[in-house]
Ligand binder design. Sequence first.
Ligand SMILES: Nc1ncnc2c1ncn2[C@@H]1O[C@H](COP(=O)(O)OP(=O)(O)OP(=O)(O)O)[C@@H](O)[C@H]1O
Length: 430
Amino acid sequence: MLEMERDFDSKLRIQSSSSPSSSSHNNNGNVQRSKSFAFRAPQENFTIQDFELGKIYGVGSYSKVVRAKKKDTGIVYALKIMDKKFITKENKTAYVKLERIVLDQLDHPGIVRLFFTFQDNYSLYMALESCEGGELFDQITRKGRLSEDEARFYAAEVVDALEYIHAMGLIHRDIKPENLLFTADGHIKIADFGSVKPMQDSCITVLPNAASDDKACTFVGTAAYVPPEVLNSSPATFGNDLWALGCTLYQMLSGTSPFKDASEWLIFQRIIARDLRFPDYFSEEARDLIDHLLDTDPSRRPGAGRGGYAVLKNHPFFEGVDWKNLRGETPPKLVLETMAQSGDNDHDPGSPFNPTHIGDSSMTQNDGNVGVLSSAEATSHITRLASIDSFDSKWYWLNTFCFAHIVCLYICPFSAFLNKSDSLLCEISW
Ligand SMILES: Nc1ncnc2c1ncn2[C@@H]1O[C@H](COP(=O)(O)OP(=O)(O)OP(=O)(O)O)[C@@H](O)[C@H]1O
């Protein structure tokens, strides 16, 4: 176990030899930043015992997020817990590091803040701003569908945050209702930067060899929200997020994502064919905006073209939105989770998260499993994982769809994706 820890730490450690703020040119003439710098969110020496653990907020493909109150300060965080062994095995180290370093540099009210990180023998921990209002996905589920006023408010807050993310030269690549979280008072924040891609001219500092898939045909994101050009192996653009925004707005207004179908394969077929049908009750403005956001040409999506975000913000659907004072407005009322909806006690705010799930040496489970929920656990804790819209199987469907794509004679250098794990392991400290 110690050997495993040493190995993992060596992959996370920053290169002490890199000079501050230095930069060099690679073979292509592109600037490769190789700064060593102080993180805004410090690496602390805390342990999991410093926190009082509450309910599980959610389970992702390589993490679980738990409500955690720091015992000495009383401050509540959303603790994103990632199992080192699992991350290493799944070659996700570079993505985890990229999420950490990107979140560290983002500062916007519409983006979940990272406060500090720490680690133990088994797990990495990110202390995130706690979004007590839950996911947009759950609000849509509880309400059936949202009114246009509600959807307009939420979409505007997402547009505002996306404008900032894109201005920073980042593509989020996993915009969807599960990653749009509510503060206790009902404002939206974008979470989960585990699929983020910095563009060449990004003002975000990324260390050499951080997760970069420039050369590979990488499909990241979630099936129902992925744009057609990604399925056709085109490079990622800001338009990816705008397509996902269109899908999310459609889902807010209708209750389901626009290309929903019985399997991921069928979803992909519908996306490629742009098999898009609007319910009768959509207003002309909503229909027009979604229709344009779901343009097959990414550069024609409002927000992506020459006019920039002004085109998107001036769309008639957003008429009346006070873009300068979004966070000062009173948001729509959230529908709270009832005991009946929660389904089990682990979702009850009063019922604490079982600390034996966490991979600290003092908390290892009897069966030796550390840090990662088994599929049975995930199913029982998070029933929404069973539905297609929320079945976040990004790493599963990469394989499924690539196979199908090859059958359809699309060319996909997928092997590059599979082979890149080692070269992705840049060295940053946690
Ligand atoms: N700051 C937060 N406050 C409250 N809940 C959160 C927070 N961050 C994440 N969650 C919950 O935890 C879930 C999983 O988190 P996240 O999406 O970051 O994990 P992941 O492993 O990166 O997942 P994915 O499979 O989407 O990549 C979210 O969908 C959300 O429900």
